[in-house]
Write a protein that binds this ligand. Structure first.
Ligand code: PEP
Length: 249
């Protein structure tokens, strides 16, 4: 059985003190979740929050890592540095990184490889923009994103990949994909994994939905057979909302 998961993505929100307060609240509230629970925090929180969450089922993710192993790359944070904080996951390929920081297929391929080499589990985001959905090109876009950055991985490496389907038109917009749209795309993504890595690998791959998933709509989205959980942005910033979403999984 594949892992069910609810992962938060704090994005560029919360000072260190605010982040510690939120993680403390979550630690108290999340004792026996039925799924893997992950919080994705800015780099500055990672070491403190990972330490704070020791003994809790909640795992920590970075929201990014560098596409270089080490060296003269001022301001960058390597996968090895992320791993040294106690973080176990790394969100990669988020549409905001693709759009605002020009992360293309090649850069993301490097990041995924470095994350894996350093023992981090990538949560790799894919998804089409509004114009692509309107033109009916969503399948082709998602296929290209997978082929461009992760379908180079070995069968063994693939076991550590979690995917997040995040239609860009649904992120932070309040426009959630319908449960049917989510299910259709997740089933398609699973069929692509089956083509590439075989049916068993496809069945074992966790595919999250992300895009305005909240305390009200999570249960309906998670009820779909190919939706294994959610990557949650805005609604992960408030402990009660995030806890409701975890309970829905
Ligand atoms: C995200 O950024 O990954 C996301 C899904 O954001 P939101 O839930 O706010 O749409």
């Amino acid at each position: 059985m594949r892992t069910k998961m609810v992962a938060g993505n704090w994005k560029m929100n919360k000072t260190l003190q605010e982040g510690v307060a939120l993680a403390t609240e979550l630690k108290k509230a999340v004792k026996n979740p039925k799924c893997e629970v992950v919080i994705g925090t800015p780099f500055i929180h990672l070491a403190t929050v990972a330490e704070l969450l020791k003994g809790s089922p909640i795992k920590v993710a970075a929201e990014n890592c560098a596409d270089k192993a080490s060296g003269a790359y001022t301001g960058e944070v390597s996968a090895a540095m992320v791993a040294s904080t106690g973080a176990e996951y790394c969100i990669l390929g988020h549409s905001e990184r693709r759009a605002y920081y020009h992360e293309d297929y090649d850069i993301l391929r490097e990041k995924v490889l470095l994350a894996l080499e350093n023992g981090l589990k990538p949560i790799f985001c894919i998804g089409e923009v509004k114009e692509e959905r309107e033109a009916g090109r969503q399948n082709e876009v998602v296929r290209a994103q997978l082929e461009g950055s992760v379908f180079n991985l070995s069968q063994e490496e693939w076991k550590n990949i979690t995917l997040a389907y995040e239609p860009v038109w649904a992120i932070g917009t309040g426009l959630t994909a319908t449960p049917q749209q989510a299910q259709e795309m997740h089933a398609y993504i699973r069929s692509l994994i089956a083509e590439k890595y075989g049916k068993e690998a496809a069945e074992n791959t966790t595919i999250l939905y992300g895009g305005s998933c909240n305390a009200k709509n999570a249960a309906e989205l998670f009820a779909n057979p190919d939706v294994d959980g959610g990557l949650i942005g805005g609604a992960s910033l408030k402990a009660p909302d995030f806890c409701t979403i975890i309970a829905a999984r």
